[in-house]
Write a protein that binds this ligand. Structure first.
Ligand code: MV4
Length: 602
């Protein structure tokens, strides 16, 4: 049973099919029509509401697992992955958790505990404290005496950049300490912080490991995930650029990964994240940062360079089998790159851009792989992760893989949705990428991002149903007692089919037509005054007030949703006449954020 949705749920079904194992999907009300539902052997409805009521509801998940007789549960990434109580609950229910033992998740969950364990195992950690630092005064003393400035303050419960602050000087330490602690409390219910030496412009280099229940632990080489935006990875590659990591360093990083996994009796697929510091003139250094005790989004680039199916190996390990490969069998070939295809607008501070997909065509051809959780006519909900697909390419070397990615990106057709495709095309064509830089300057460059702006919204008739097709055979997806069945109905076409209800009846052939081009409304420049919230969440920060004059693209507020901070920017220039939002308050998708009247129209 797969306790997840989207592309990773589809990815796991594929692995199960190849292994000859029956699959069961679960889905929320919003995901009724999602591809992962139809792709699995069986599917069960978990009910409506936010993820907390379905994909994150341990009782409901275990209940379905019992009902369908699941032998094992795969959590994918996000949701219940890395949730030690859930792993333990599975074990207690006699259901195999496809992942490491709960104790390994717990050990790595606390960053201070993990640092302590790693240090004891001989794994190099970023210099700093392995004990929580209780007060600002303590932090100041430790920073001055042992670490020096700049210093990084991190939340012990954190990870992935949440609760990460930098104090360049003594003066900044109090603010950094308080900020990190507050964020740790908010996101992980743990205000504990620790200190690290702050490394200048490090690379994010991680290593994939696989372990079985027989004591075998291997590594599959490194991935470089230095292209990040607000601590979210957007492009990953394997291996790291050859001038960054040489064979000896690869060997060293791999051994660090294996030692780290062994220290927590790891089982399955896992990743050791680390910082790679080139060190001006000095010897390059590699430090353990944290371990992700699950399969990761970017596992695919490693699959491309090693030819090893990481998801399948993880499932085999959970079933008690030995890994199919020994370390000597692992050979890295060529270069792979992954671009995350998020429904986001890079020109508007990477604002989420959920909506309905019109025509949809994935690239293909040599060396191209697409792992997606969407299809033509589908809806990208603001309730879930904006990552709708991953485009992965392989070629003989980094330069050729880059050209192949640019080709594949230009083949990718997604109508009706703003995605990161234009961003990826621009970034991969940049000098900075070619030189293998971390591209931090580009990712922060508002002017550069502005060049990626989308054309004014067109009146796309994506939602229109095709009523001209005469069909006598239709496949219906029906639900009986919360379980999904596919039913084929033969007979005359239904009168009055169409509208919202017809979403459930998919035509056997043909399918939806792409939205008609040429029906676009020309942009009149002005546009609506009121900016609706693109997503549901909590108002985290409001940076403007009523009466302020703003420029197009100016930051208005930050909405926190699913542990992500989403920057909302002005959709036009003008004066804020209404601002019905306040910090700390929940906000619904579509609710007004601000009304901005342009100087000309007022
Ligand atoms: C750091 C750092 C510098 N020094 N820690 C932590 C979470 C991850 N998403 C980024 N993190 C960093 N931790 C110390 N001690 C710099 C970063 C960092 C970063 C690292 C690699 C690649 C891109 C990055 C972007 C922002 C911050």
């Amino acid at each position: 049973m797969i306790a997840n949705r989207g592309e990773i749920a589809v990815r796991i079904v594929r692995a199960l099919e190849e292994l000859g194992v029956a699959s069961v999907a679960v889905y929320s009300e919003l995901d009724r029509e999602a591809p992962h539902v139809g792709r699995a052997g069986e599917a069960y409805n978990l009910g409506e509401g936010p993820a907390a009521d379905n994909y994150l509801n341990v009782e409901k998940i275990l209940d379905v697992a019992r009902r369908c007789g699941a032998e094992a549960i795969h959590p994918g990434y996000g949701f219940l992955a890395e949730n030690a109580p859930f792993a333990r609950a599975c074990e207690d229910a006699g259901i195999v958790f496809i992942g490491p033992p709960a104790s390994a998740i717990e050990a790595m969950g606390s960053k201070t505990r993990a640092r302590e364990l790693m240090q004891a195992a001989g794994v190099p950690i970023v210099p700093g404290t392995t004990e929580p630092v209780a007060t600002v005064a303590d932090a100041l003393e430790i920073a001055k005496a042992q670490i020096g400035f700049p210093v990084a303050v991190k939340a012990a419960g954190g990870g992935g950049g949440k609760g990460f602050r930098v104090a360049l000087t003594e003066d900044e330490l109090e603010g950094a300490f308080e900020g990190s602690s507050r964020e740790g409390e908010k996101f992980f219910s743990d205000p504990t912080v620790y200190l690290e030496r702050y490394l200048h412009d490090p690379r994010h280099v991680e290593v994939q490991v696989l372990a079985d229940r027989h004591g075998n632990v291997i590594h599959l080489g490194e991935r470089d995930c230095s292209i990040q935006r607000r601590h979210q990875k957007v492009i990953e590659e394997s291996p790291a650029p050859p001038w960054v990591v040489d064979p000896q360093m690869r060997e060293r990083i791999g051994q660090i990964g294996v030692n780290a996994a062994r220290a927590v009796d790891y089982v399955g697929a896992g990743t050791i994240e680390g910082l790679f510091s080139a060190g001006e003139g000095a010897e390059p250094e590699y430090f353990f940062l944290e371990m992700n005790t699950r399969v990761q989004v970017e596992h695919c680039v490693t699959e491309m360079t090693t030819g090893i199916d990481i998801v399948k190996e993880g499932i085999r390990a959970a079933a008690g089998e030995e890994l199919s490969y020994a370390q000597v069998d692992v050979e890295l070939r060529g270069h792979a790159i992954e671009c995350r295809i998020n429904a986001e607008d890079a020109s508007k501070n990477f604002a989420p851009a959920p909506g309905k997909i019109g025509a949809y065509r994935e690239p293909s051809g040599p060396g191209v792989r697409v792992d997606s959780g969407v299809e033509a006519g589908g809806e990208v909900s603001p309730m879930y992760d904006p990552m709708v697909a991953k485009l992965i390419v392989w070629d003989a070397d980094r330069e050729q893989a880059t050209q192949r990615m640019l080709r594949a990106l230009s083949e990718y057709e997604i109508e009706g949705l703003k995605t990161l495709i234009p961003f990826h095309r621009a970034l991969l064509a940049s000098k900075q990428w070619a030189k293998g830089e971390t591209c931090r300057d580009l990712l922060e460059d508002k002017q550069w991002l502005q060049t990626l702006a989308f054309a004014a919204p067109a009146a796309v008739s994506a939602g229109e149903e095709d009523e001209t097709e005469e069909k006598v055979q239709r496949t219906y997806e029906v639900e009986v007692s919360g379980k999904r069945f596919d039913v084929r109905v033969l007979g005359a076409p239904l009168a009055g089919a169409g509208g919202v209800g017809s979403m459930n009846g998919t035509a056997e052939a043909g399918g939806r037509r792409p939205p008609k081009r040429g029906q676009r409304k020309s942009s009149t420049g002005g546009g609506p005054d009121t900016l609706p919230s693109p997503l549901q969440g909590n108002m985290w920060k409001v940076l403007v007030k009523q009466g302020d004059t703003v420029t197009e693209g100016q930051l208005l507020c930050i909405i926190e949703a699913m542990k992500m901070e989403n920057e909302i920017t002005a959709h036009k220039a003008g004066t804020i006449s209404e601002l019905p939002i306040s910090e700390g308050a929940p906000i619904a998708a579509g609710a007004p954020i601000a009304t901005i009247v342009s100087a000309e129209s007022s």
